[in-house]
Ligand binder design. Structure first.
Ligand code: UDP
Length: 323
């Protein structure tokens, strides 16, 4: 197959590229390296079946050309990471909404299937646990920048469903706190990256709030498998899937696990949210997916336990976090 991965030098995108190349696909990757990193795809540069374009998905002519040449599009390019979104909500809205429109327009023109990467942030601060794909979304006010990310991705999903109603093949994956090698503490998955760096440098591990907020941390290999299944499984077309682990962990327990597994002597300290995000920040207290639909329709089963995934991630961070 010929496949286009937007955001192909990013944390999840580059792992997806590895997977597709290893099974023999020809892969085109576009990334403007804003949060992506050329080092993530370095081993593939110059290979026959890999083509990298250092450009933005807002480049309509290029996207038109790329989409016309492939069989399938994985659209992962986006501004991600709550910290990045809070820092520049305008860039996040523009890239996430306009960029997705460009990709979907081209896919519709050439009748190519698209897998759209979305997020568990879609559910906002809903207290109805676990989150099912068709549950209501519960968001805070538009004066709180954080919610622009959820809203921008929801518009993307609406776009995709609108094109699906006109016959476009598509599937949507909502990621739940993916972590693993290549995590960039500035980008996606900041808590695991932050804690790993702090633990390895012997700095205090900064738990926000009371540390009892929870997430379902999902190892990157499981994230990639779920994404690929959404691209392949016919019965999953025109649908949306939670892709993540359903094992819930508090941020405090994550800190303890990373400290223990890295053999760190760091203190674990509790800091107010505003010290990291500024005033007026709202957090999601619990985030747990129902993965029934992904299991039943796609055959998706997350395999990597937190302890094993953290050990692999810490090993990578030990090599790469030199600052
Ligand atoms: N967090 C933390 N310390 C950090 C970074 C993040 O306690 O150094 C918390 C953050 O406030 C949130 C959780 O970890 O409650 C997950 O944050 P992240 O940015 O990784 O992802 P989110 O799930 O919020 O999108």
């Amino acid at each position: 197959m010929k496949v286009l991965v937007t955001g192909g030098a990013g944390y999840i995108g580059s792992h997806l590229v590895d997977h597709l190349l290893s099974r023999g696909d020809e892969v085109f990757a576009i990334d403007n390296l804003s949060t992506g990193n050329i080092a993530n795809i370095q081993p593939h540069l110059g290979q026959n079946h890999f083509h990298f374009l250092d450009d933005t998905i807002l480049n309509e002519n290029l996207l038109d050309l790329l989409v016309s040449q492939v069989d399938l599009v994985y659209h992962l390019a986006a501004i991600v990471g709550v910290k990045n979104v809070v820092a520049d909500p305008l860039a996040a809205i523009k890239t996430n909404v306009t960029g997705t429109e460009v990709v979907l327009n081209a896919a519709f023109k050439y009748w190519k299937k698209v897998v759209l990467a979305s997020t568990s942030e879609i559910y906002g601060k809903s207290a109805k646990i676990p989150f099912h794909e068709d549950d209501d979304r519960v968001l805070g006010p538009t004066t709180v920048g954080r919610w622009s990310y959820s809203t921008s991705k929801a518009i993307d999903e609406h776009f995709a469903f609108a094109y699906a109603a006109k016959g476009l093949s598509m599937a949507i994956v909502r990621y739940f706190n993916s972590y693993g090698p290549r995590l960039d503490e500035k980008g996606y998955g900041s808590v695991v990256a932050n804690f790993a760096r702090q633990a390895l440098k012997g700095e205090p591990i900064t738990v926000h709030g009371d540390g009892l907020q929870s997430r379902c941390f999902t190892y990157i290999d499981d994230t990639v498998v779920g994404t690929v299944l959404a691209g392949e499984v016919k019965a999953g077309e025109r649908s949306v899937f939670n892709i993540g682990s359903d094992a819930e962990t508090t941020v405090q327990d994550l800190a303890l696990a990373i400290k223990r597994l890295s053999g760190s002597r760091s203190d674990i300290i509790f800091v107010p949210y505003r010290a990291y995000y500024g005033e007026g920040f709202e957090d999601t207290r619990r985030r747990v997916p129902s993965i029934d639909r992904a299991r039943e329709v796609l055959g998706f089963i997350p395999k990597v336990k937190l302890e094993e995934g953290l050990m692999r991630t810490i090993a990578w961070c030990r090599e790469h976090y030199t600052r």
